[in-house]
Design a protein around this ligand. Structure first.
Ligand code: ATP
Ligand code: MG
Length: 466
């Protein structure tokens, strides 16, 4: 039980308590509902050994400690949590002193990573709400945005500063109860995503919450409550003020966790996508059925399918697909200025990536992979003899580049013949390889099968000059 304030409730569907002010901090008005094990159905067997050990160690040392966030939410929904988060009254330094393997991370939001065997448990100290913290140097805002959130507080205060009600359920492992301050239990049961407090204010405090809303709705199949979604349309541009590295982390979670297509559709619906990938967004707006949209859709579907069947995925491949149309456009512009094709192609790739990482960063190993996938496309299209083909087959990025060629063919680009050739040569033995027709260099002005603006553009990967 949380100290002093929680009631032993019946666990019946709670009315939705609202804080008395828009920033969501008032522990006196909303008494938590306490849901017994017979109703919530969570048992210790569902919780990882590492998380239980962390909870026990903290509570044995006299510090309140609860499971919170995605772990509790997912267990209630009958899903397997991907990890477990713990909220505690102990400060990060105290947490560090209690565990053998513990690292303190984060400046904006300081927290402890406790390693338990192969697991990492994220342990966050209860935070005070914005009102309590006003004027404290450990709580800082710039234009309403929270840039430092390290003022510690009580369990109740911690509840009201969280993002969505369904993410704000605390599991008390000693009492085996779920403690609900914000109506998250009913919202989770009714599959509803609701921001805690005033949506506009909470998004201004941290615009990444808009992306989180989409991610949870996509992953959990929740409806986004209207107040929670309406504010996104107005405030989506605030995403552009976010540090690119933080946006990369969020984009990674949006697209690399099995619900990429659903999340992409929601990002588009709420006007968020174009603030993450401005050039791709502009291409899709201009031509909703064009190469950019088709390629993005197919790449996202294939990412989801690979994850569903346990195959590896990489953000490199996805970024290569998302940025393909901007690269085509850029290289075309360079060629029009008289640059040789191959140089134009290379320069366009570098420039598009450089502009994109101003918005969403991409670790260097992945941006190199993107460049390699793009760089191999002309070589896959301009086959120059079996020696070259064998070298390409042995290239470490051949598989990704070939998959990318397949994706382009499926998306309507005129490269299907080349894709088939590379499929056949991979299946052929040595003798068959030698008897396959080799150099199928594209005619100078190969046109794409697709109609529209994109179709009229020269196919850069098919140019003999490259
Ligand atoms: P996932 O399944 O993706 O881990 P999660 O809900 O556990 O989902 P985390 O990013 O692990 O998400 O965060 C843990 C909890 O911390 C959240 O459930 C939420 O209560 C709180 N939280 C995280 N990020 C924010 C934020 N930007 N603003 C407010 N609360 C947040
Ligand atoms: Mg989590």
């Amino acid at each position: 039980m949380p100290s002093g304030t929680a009631q032993h409730g019946t666990g019946r569907t709670p009315t939705h308590p609202q804080p008395s002010n828009s920033s969501g901090v008032d522990s006196t008005i909303a008494q938590p509902i306490v849901i017994p094990p017979s109703e919530h159905g969570i048992s210790d067997a569902d919780i990882s050994g590492g998380a239980l050990k962390v909870l026990e160690t903290l509570t044995d040392a006299g510090h309140g400690a609860y499971l919170v966030g995605g772990g509790v939410r997912d267990l209630l929904l009958g899903l397997k949590p991907k990890d477990f988060d713990v909220a505690t009254a102990a400060t990060p330094e105290t947490v560090r002193s209690l565990f053998r393997s513990c690292r303190l991370i984060g400046r904006r939001f300081r927290l402890a990573h406790v390693r338990m065997g192969r697991e990492i448990i994220e342990v966050a100290t209860f935070r005070a709400g914005s009102d309590t913290s006003a004027g404290d140097p450990d709580h800082q805002r710039v234009d309403g945005r929270i840039v430092r959130d390290n003022v510690y507080g009580t369990l109740e205060e911690d509840a009201w500063r969280r993002d969505f009600t369904a993410n704000c359920l605390y599991y008390d492992h000693r009492e085996r109860t779920v403690i609900d301050f914000t109506g998250g239990y009913a919202d989770a049961r009714e599959r509803r995503l609701r921001v805690i407090g005033s949506a506009a204010e909470r998004y201004r405090e941290d615009p990444v919450r808009m992306l989180r809303a989409v991610r949870f709705a996509g992953k959990l199949g929740f409806d986004i409550e209207s107040g929670t979604s309406d504010a996104i349309h107005d405030l989506a541009p605030l995403i552009e003020d976010m540090p690119p590295a933080r946006l990369y982390e969020e984009v990674f979670k949006l697209f690399m966790a099995g619900a990429a297509r659903a999340n992409y559709e929601l990002l588009r619906r709420y006007g968020l996508f174009g603030h993450l990938f401005p050039e791709t967004g502009a291409c899709i707006e201009a031509e909703p059925d064009g190469v950019a949209a088709t390629l993005a859709g197919r790449a996202l579907d294939s990412t989801d399918a690979r994850i569903a069947s346990g195959r590896p995925v990489t953000p490199g491949f996805l970024f290569a697909a998302l940025l393909w149309e901007p690269v085509l456009r850029d290289s075309e512009a360079c060629i029009a200025r008289g640059m040789p094709h191959l140089r134009a192609w290379d320069a366009a790739g570098a420039d598009v990536i450089e502009r994109q990482v101003q918005h969403v960063s991409l670790p260097r190993r992945f941006s190199l992979m993107v460049r390699e996938i793009w760089g191999l496309q002309p070589r896959l299209v301009n086959r120059r003899g079996h020696g070259a083909a064998s070298r390409l087959l042995a290239h470490p990025r051949f598989r990704a580049a070939y998959d990318f060629l397949l994706l382009r063919a499926e998306s309507g680009e005129d490269v299907a013949e080349h894709a088939r050739w590379w499929t056949r040569i991979q299946e052929a033995d040595d003798g068959e390889r030698r008897s396959m027709p080799e150099d199928r260099r594209a005619p100078k002005r190969r046109r794409r099968r697709r109609r529209g603006r994109a179709a009229a553009r020269p196919e850069p990967t098919g140019q003999p000059a490259m």
